[in-house]
Design a protein around this ligand. Structure first.
Ligand code: NAD
Length: 247
């Protein structure tokens, strides 16, 4: 408890899955939290449930993001942390990957992460001891197979961008990226589970630990990289993938 006491943190994608679990855990650990999501109603529901603030914005919208970040900081009385968990995944093989699908995937996952950091940077620098945690993916380190070129490109971009931003914003801001394996969230609803309801053995079998993660297991890693427990850690890529990439 209290590992984030007094901290003021925006969690993008906080209306669902990993972001929602992170928002709830951060509130339990004493932080003020702003749930920033494109889904206003879902963001409000999560925020109500854990005593956070809700802010609606599409992270790929360069006009909306600075306004949303400013509104979140004003509501919390400052800003010293960001978790970028907003993301989209549209499986498609090479032949089915349209320019629109490719561009949209990069716009949300890479540009969206960048725009939030850009809008938050001055406030985070002023805070003096701030953190950013981006969410990449294990597939950005090593793809699991065919069918997700645009998503893999976007997550590779998030991993590389994290290192560049960590260099530029040091020493005031620590910037790291967490790379999940398969996580049981609405994003994976359509393919994670076999007809039996159990996690598809073909997916579970990719992981040394032979299962998918819970959103709460990802939130715990994000908490580590946001709290002072990781005070000498910046620029790292942390796989939380049950032993698939062995990165
Ligand atoms: P999710 O679909 O449950 O939640 C994603 C959230 O992001 C949703 O609330 C959605 O409304 C929000 N969002 C999407 N596009 C947005 C936009 N343009 N602007 C603002 N908000 C937007 O997914 P999740 O599983 O919790 O994924 C969270 C992050 O983890 C994503 O970046 C995802 O790529 C990554 N990830 C997930 C898995 C997995 O297996 N679930 C694995 C690796 C990486």
């Amino acid at each position: 408890m209290d590992r984030l006491k007094g901290r003021k943190i925006i969690v993008t994608g906080g209306a669902s899955g990993i972001g929602a679990a992170t928002a709830r855990l951060f509130r339990q650990e004493g932080a003020a939290v702003a749930v920033l999501d494109r889904s206003e109603a879902d963001a409000a529901a999560v925020a109500r449930g854990c005593g956070a603030v809700a802010v609606a914005a599409d992270v790929s919208d360069a006009v909306a993001v600075p306004r949303a970040v400013a509104a979140a900081a004003e509501a919390m009385g400052g800003l010293d942390g960001v978790v970028n968990a907003a993301g989209i995944f549209s499986p498609a093989g090479i032949a089915d990957t349209t320019p629109e699908l490719f561009s949209r995937t990069l716009a949300v996952n890479v540009l969206g992460t960048f725009l939030v950091i850009q809008a938050a940077a001055a406030l985070l620098l002023a805070a003096g001891r701030a953190t950013i945690v981006n969410i990449g993916s294990g597939v950005g380190i090593m793809p699991t197979g065919p069918g997700s070129t645009a998503y893999v490109a976007s997550k590779g971009g998030v991993i590389a961008m994290t290192k560049a931003i960590a260099q530029e914003l040091a020493p005031a801001i620590r910037v790291n990226v967490v790379c999940p394996g398969a996580v049981d969230t609405p994003m994976t609803q359509g393919f994670l589970r076999a007809a039996s309801g159990a996690v598809d053995p073909a997916i579970a079998g990719r992981y040394a630990l032979k299962r998918a993660a819970t959103a709460e297991e990802l939130a715990a890693a994000i908490l580590f990289l946001t709290s002072d427990e990781s005070s000498f850690v910046t620029g790292i890529t942390l796989p939380v993938d049950g032993g698939r990439t062995f990165h």
